[in-house]
Design a protein around this ligand. Sequence first.
Ligand code: C5P
Length: 308
Amino acid sequence: MSASEVHVRAPGKINLALRVGPARDDGFHPLATVFQAVSLYEDVVARRADDISLTIRGRGEDLPTDEGNLAVRAAALLRETAGTEAGAALTLTKQVPVAGGMAGGSADAAATLLACDQLWGTGLGREELAELAAELGSDVPFALTGMSAMGTGRGDVLTPVMSRGQYHWILAVQDEGLSTPAVFRQWDEMNGLASDDAEELPQLGGEVFSALLGGDPLILARALGNDLEEAAIELRPQLADVLAAAERAGALAALVSGSGPTVAALALDGPHAHSVAGVMRAADVAAEILTVTGPVAGARVMEHVGRR
Ligand code: C5P
C-alpha cells in the first residue's frame, strides 16, 4: 500500500565501546563496537512528488540538499532498486549534531529509506532495507535497527545486544564538527601499523556486554572506551577540557562519541544527569549541553497518511 505522506523518526547513537583495527585494502577500518541508540532524533516527512527534493530544518540548514546529502542518495538508491519513477519531497528536521560523531546523517538516510519505502509502497522489508543501508554508509544499518547492537565489519554488520534499563547521558555538543575520515587518518598516524597487520581484527572485552545485561550504570561506566578518542583529541585539543569538565561535574564516566567531537557523559539516573548538565553548562566548554536516554528504538513510522 502506498501513502500520500509518511513521517519517520530515526535516532542518533553513542558508541559505548569502539575498537579499531588497521585499515583494510578498501580503506575502511575493521571495527568492533557496541552502539546504543539515544533519544535525539532526526524526523523525515516524505510527500508524493514528481522528483526527489530535500528541505532541511533545525540544525544543518547549510548542508547540501542535492546528491551531496545522504538522505537524497538514500531516496535515489531506493527508487533505482525498486524500479519506480516516483519522487518524494523530503522535509528533514535535525536534532542530532552535524558531523558530531552521533551518526546524524546516517539516521537521515535510514529514516528516508523507510519513509520512501512506505510512501511508494515498495514493501522491501527490513532485511532488504538493511542491505541498501549498508551501501549508503557504515552507520546506516544501525540507525534502522536502533536499541543496542554490536557492530563488526566496518560497523555495518550488526548483532543485537541484550540491555537492561535506561541509561542517562549528558551530551556536550560543539558548534564545529569533525570529519570522520580525518579522525581515522589521524588514528592511522598515531597507531602507525604496517600493512602486514591488516588481517588483525579488533576485539571487544566482555565487560560492556555484562554491564548492559546487569543494567547498572556504575558498572557500564567502567566498561566505556573509544579507540578514536585520542585521535579526536589530537585534532581538537579542547575535547580534553570537555572530558575533564564532565568528570569534575560528577559524571560516572565520559567519552568522545564515535569520531567526535560530541562528548557523552554517563549519569546514575535522570536527576543526576540534570545536575551534571547544569554544572557542565556553567563550565562553558561546549556550545550546547543536552540530556538524553538510551537505548531507544531504531527508525520507525510515526504517521502514515493514506492516499486520498
Ligand atoms: O561509511 P561512512 O561513509 O560513514 O564512512 C565515512 C568515512 O569514514 C570513510 O570514507 C572512511 O574514511 C572512514 N571509515 C573508516 N572505517 C570505518 C568506517 C568509516 O575508515 N569502519
